[in-house]
Design a protein around this ligand. Sequence first.
Ligand code: PHB
Length: 170
Amino acid sequence: MSQEALSLLRALNWLPSTHPTLTAPLLDWLIEEDSMTRRFEQHCRQVTVRPMREGFINADELTDERALLPDDARFWLREIVLCGDDEPWLIGRTLVPESTLNGPEQMLQQLGTRPLGRYLFSSSTLSRDFIEPGSVGALWGRRSRLRLSGKPLLLTELFLPASPLYRDLA
Ligand code: PHB
């Protein structure tokens, strides 16, 4: 299940925010500035993170992501399932260039079951370069390039069918 979802995440097609299929309720979810963990918490009792993969990968394992990140030799990869009351709601894939992993940002390698957003949004040095909506079949996703102390990372998220986003569209 999670492997299939990861393949879908990699197949997301990126759209401009002005694309006609992007309705207001949809954009309200996809362009959310705040932590998705917190947003999900408004729709369930408990949000949990199931880590799938955490570790270094080489630059040649990146997809079109490579064009959006510095030309480092290695990247820290984190792939997780975010669950609402134990139901999979979102797949998150974070790529952190090795050159970002100094100072407090080394913590990104020690997140485990702690949600990334809690770390990011508690940091006073967070900024966002862009956020881009995407779709694959009937599913929606997004990717954003964020910066901590000016150092980039790329976060791609796929909203799974059970996610409350789809209830708002129905
Ligand atoms: C993560 O912990 O890696 C994470 C959490 C929430 C998201 C995306 C990624 O929306």
